[in-house]
Ligand binder design. Structure first.
Ligand SMILES: NC(=O)c1ccc[n+]([C@@H]2O[C@H](COP(=O)([O-])OP(=O)(O)OC[C@H]3O[C@@H](n4cnc5c(N)ncnc54)[C@H](OP(=O)(O)O)[C@@H]3O)[C@@H](O)[C@H]2O)c1
Length: 311
């Protein structure tokens, strides 16, 4: 098996966090469809986990499914999950760090406890789980970790300030660990680390948030996101952005001045109730330049895709 062959799902057991609904449940279903041998599903709400587990069992009776309820905002939850998977004899070689949540609005008006819990779930639990399961994958010479970030990882997102920063952490951390695994004695070692970056996706993610100006943006389905992430795992990509327009959108932060990018993003995410400052002539020029960059990006992506098809 090489690092560019499909992930060996039928020989693997996966732990999926945030599996009770949305993207995590879609990834669990897609793993079963790809023939995963065993699945451990975790989130806080046991009843929702049971519902997803029953649904997958009836469609894929050969897949072993375990449910473990845990609150990843609790600092000891990752160690508890590792102890539980060990106790039930599940040797996890695919870790899906998907659980996460956001908080929308002005940062100075945000709830401090919610920000702290967000950092615990979106960052600390993901780092701890990676640290708990990666050494065994390295020892076995195979495994995979799929960390769910967001297109919000690529630039500061005003009004989602703490959330976008947690996702920037996930992207940077994942790429660094991916690069380390590439230096592990190839080709004997096949451990993959992928950062999955969805854009707006049709889930319960925005429930309870005033989604403001980003409410009506284009949405992927959780199934599209799941397939995009697992296809990236199959090709041993370091990261993947789901959707061409989302990908093009991430290019702006590579080319535009950071302060200008943050101001432009603020104008996109500002609450509907606030008119905000009028766009300056300079901002309009940057937006026009951004459009040109996006168009060049689309042409580049299409040329690259055409070249790949011709290889
Ligand atoms: N939807 C989007 O537009 C979008 C875009 C980019 C990235 N993402 C990312 O995709 C991931 C999945 O989000 P989603 O859209 O599927 O949202 P979702 O429908 O709200 O699902 C979130 C999942 O995380 C679990 N979770 C939340 N808090 C938890 C906690 N303290 N401990 C354990 N589990 C917890 C939830 O289950 P319980 O409530 O039962 O615990 C649920 O299973 C997140 O990391 C999110 O940041 C989403």
């Amino acid at each position: 098996m090489t690092k560019t062959s499909s992930f060996p799902y039928p020989q693997s057991a996966a732990l999926v966090t945030g599996a009770s609904r949305g993207i995590g449940a879609a990834i669990a279903r897609e793993l079963a469809r790809r023939g995963i041998a065993a699945l451990a599903l975790t989130a806080r709400t046991a009843a929702d986990l049971d519902r997803v587990a029953d649904e997958i069992r009836s469609a894929f009776p050969a897949t072993r499914i375990e449910v473990i309820a845990a609150d990843l905002a609790e600092p000891d939850a990752p160690a508890f999950l590792k102890a539980e998977t060990d106790r039930i004899g599940l040797s996890v070689d695919l870790l899906i760090n998907n659980a996460g949540f956001g908080s929308y609005g002005l940062f100075d008006e945000s709830e401090s406890a919610r920000n702290t819990a967000m950092v615990e779930v979106n960052i600390a639990a993901l780092v701890k789980l990676t640290h708990l399961y990666l050494p065994e994958m390295r020892a076995r010479g195979r495994g995979g970790i799929l960390n769910v970030a967001s297109t919000a990882a690529f630039q500061a997102v005003p009004y989602l300030a703490a959330y976008s920063a947690t996702k920037a952490f996930v992207l940077s951390f994942s790429e660094a660990v991916w690069a380390e695994t590439q230096e592990w004695n190839p080709p004997a070692s096949d451990v993959r680390v992928v950062c999955l970056c969805p854009g707006g996706t049709d889930t319960n993610f925005g429930d309870g948030m005033d989604r403001g100006r980003f409410e009506n943006g284009p949405q992927s389905t959780p199934e599209e996101v799941a397939v995009g992430g697992l296809d990236a795992l199959d090709r041993n990509a370091s990261y993947v952005v789901v959707g061409l327009s989302n990908y093009v959108g991430t290019l702006g932060s590579r080319l535009l001045p950071r302060a200008r990018m943050a101001r432009m993003t603020a104008s996109m995410f500002r609450p509907l109730s606030s008119s905000g400052p009028a766009e300056s002539e300079k901002t309009r020029r940057y937006l026009a330049a951004g459009g040109i960059v996006a168009a060049i990006g689309v042409v580049g992506v299409l040329l690259a895709a055409a070249k790949r098809r011709g290889d």
